[in-house]
Design a protein around this ligand. Structure first.
Ligand SMILES: O=P(O)(O)OC[C@H]1O[C@H](OP(=O)(O)OP(=O)(O)O)[C@H](O)[C@@H]1O
Ligand code: HPA
Ligand SMILES: [Mg+2]
Length: 167
């Protein structure tokens, strides 16, 4: 893993942390929707946005949930973002009242593409790097551009050697 880590810093996020931060995102969005404070639906940007979107939808009691599939990275190298699957067109409308949720914004390329499709939607991420911040309406925690965020679904617990000792 370390041999394909071009970033200077690593920020390792546990399930507990992403759960809490996603809840904080939901609470920040609560009552801010365009229809008397309500949001109509939640759309997760797959795959990373699915866990945060589920938590946001649960906290805000939103039952209409869809996905948009955008692929922009192979491991840690960025390719042009492409939409592989769009959400239901009738449900989306022009995006008004729709919360579009992703785990993070990095360069902003993914959100830029989705924003072009739904300019009136509200874009929310749990984490944000400075370059992508202009693309997101609401986020919880900012991290520096040279930090790679590791999510719990990409990690496993493993043995580490003691600080002093041989095994
Ligand atoms: O702001 P950007 O530079 O576009 O990067 C952010 C996007 O990159 C990652 O997704 P990825 O495309 O790797 O797919 P995944 O969610 O399926 O892991 C992450 O989950 C965001 O969706
Ligand atoms: O920092 C990151 N972590 C995980 N996935 C990502 N996709 C873009 N940037 C990141
Ligand atoms: Mg993603």
């Amino acid at each position: 893993m370390a041999d394909r880590l071009p970033h200077e810093k690593g920020f390792h996020v546990s399930w507990d942390q992403i759960h809490r931060d996603s809840r904080a995102l939901a609470w920040r969005l609560d009552g801010k929707g365009p229809d008397n404070g309500a949001w109509r639906s939640v759309v997760a940007i797959t795959r990373g946005g699915m866990a945060p979107a589920m938590i946001v939808a649960r906290e805000l009691d939103i039952r209409t949930v869809d996905t948009i599939s955008v692929k922009s990275y192979d491991h840690q190298s960025q390719k042009d973002a492409v939409v592989l699957k769009a959400p239901d067109a009738e449900m989306m409308g022009d995006g008004t009242g729709v919360l579009i949720v992703d785990d993070l914004v990095d360069t902003g390329k993914t959100l830029e593409l989705v924003r072009e499709m739904y300019p009136h939607a509200h874009f929310a991420t749990v984490y944000a790097k400075p370059q992508g911040e202009p693309m997101v309406d609401t986020f919880i925690t900012g991290v520096s551009q040279d930090t790679w965020i590791f999510f719990p679904w990409d990690m496993a617990m493993q043995y580490v050697k003691p600080y002093r000792g041989t095994d």
